[in-house]
Design a protein. Structure first.
Length: 343
């Protein structure tokens, strides 16, 4: 088997995942760059020979219809139809397609967007809505041993939308829906009535519809990059961009003019007005002050003063006091205010 695998790996008629060397050529057929060795060629050929023996099929046919998707083998849909027709248990596979009329469908698609702050691309879910022609497909055949007509479960465009197949990157459901309906119906038929032909292997189209993949190397598919957690910069990039005279609250997404942005407006100062009016109406001669007023600073009478959040409102301060305060960077009063860089 190793000698047969070595012979096949040196052939240029087998797919590239089985070839011992990879050569990149330009559009004129000239070689570009050095020749790359494929360390998995012999092993892949041995596995293909083993599967051909188990199925009683030609090794070259197995190689041409078996794909490696994210480390998992997958049959082409054409191979499944051919295997069912050639097994001798059924009549040739037939398909029934019924038009169910137009319906409004909603689905989610992933698109790539660039973060203007970091320059990196990130994936974003975008909701789509459109009216599509819903169709229903059933694969059927006559079982020769009993003469009974057997059918696959129905496959519809609505199923493709609900299962998430329709919105995948590069999905063929949008461009050739009738072909994809037949492929999926044939796969369902083979899984139910001829599982020994598929040996538990899904079709390459099913694996593509399950996860987002792209071709990583000849004959092998996988993820473009490992999924990474979304950072705060990525989250901020999805928020609306503020104008120069506007301020965006990152927590709520509210857009307000910059002069209204400081958070001190949220601090209630309604408890002080009547006290201040009493002090303004008091006689000019000094009057005895209660013990509680000894803690007030001179800013208590200032109309522009506001309660200090670091003292739970017990002390009145002004913006000038805050600018001199050494604890300003960690003060909740200044969380949403852009502070000048310290020289």
């Amino acid at each position: 088997m190793q000698r047969a695998a070595h012979l096949l790996s040196n052939s240029t008629l087998v797919p590239k995942q089985y070839q011992s060397t990879w050569v990149k050529r330009d559009k004129y057929g000239n070689q570009e760059g050095p020749t790359t060795q494929n360390p998995n060629a012999i092993s892949n050929c041995v596995l293909a020979l083993n599967m051909s023996q188990r199925l009683g099929a030609d090794p070259l046919m197995i190689m041409q219809n078996l794909y490696i998707v994210e480390g998992r083998p997958g049959w082409s849909s054409q191979f499944i139809t051919a295997a069912i027709n050639a097994c001798g248990k059924f009549s040739p596979l037939r398909f029934e397609i019924e038009d169910l009329g137009e319906q409004t469908f909603e689905w989610s698609e992933k698109v790539w967007e660039q973060n203007p702050q970091t320059g990196k691309n990130f994936r974003k879910d975008v909701s789509q809505k459109a009216r599509l022609k819903n169709m229903r497909c059933v694969a059927w055949a006559i079982e020769k041993a009993t003469g009974e007509r057997i059918s696959s479960p129905p496959v519809t465009i609505e199923m493709a939308v609900l299962e998430g197949w329709y919105g995948k990157d590069g999905s063929k459901w949008k461009t050739m829906p009738e072909v994809m309906l037949r492929y999926r119906a044939a796969s369902f038929f083979g899984k139910l009535y001829a599982p020994e032909l598929l040996m538990g292997i899904q079709t390459a189209e099913e694996i593509h519809d399950t996860i987002d993949l792209s071709e990583m190397s000849p004959g092998s598919f996988g993820f473009d990059e490992e999924p990474k957690p979304m950072t705060m910069d990525d989250i901020k990039a999805t928020l609306p961009q503020a104008a120069t005279s506007e301020h965006i609250n990152v927590d709520t997404g509210e857009v307000t003019p910059k002069e209204m942005a400081p958070a001190r407006e949220k601090v209630s100062v309604q408890e002080k007005p009547h006290v201040q009016k009493e002090k303004q109406a008091a006689p000019k001669e000094p009057a005895p002050q209660p013990q509680q007023q000894n803690n007030l600073n001179p800013n208590a009478l200032n109309q522009n003063a506001f309660p200090c959040p670091r003292t739970d409102g017990e002390r009145m301060v002004t913006e000038a006091d805050c600018e001199k305060c050494s604890m300003r960077p960690r003060c909740p009063e200044w969380d949403n205010v852009e502070l000048p860089e310290e020289g």
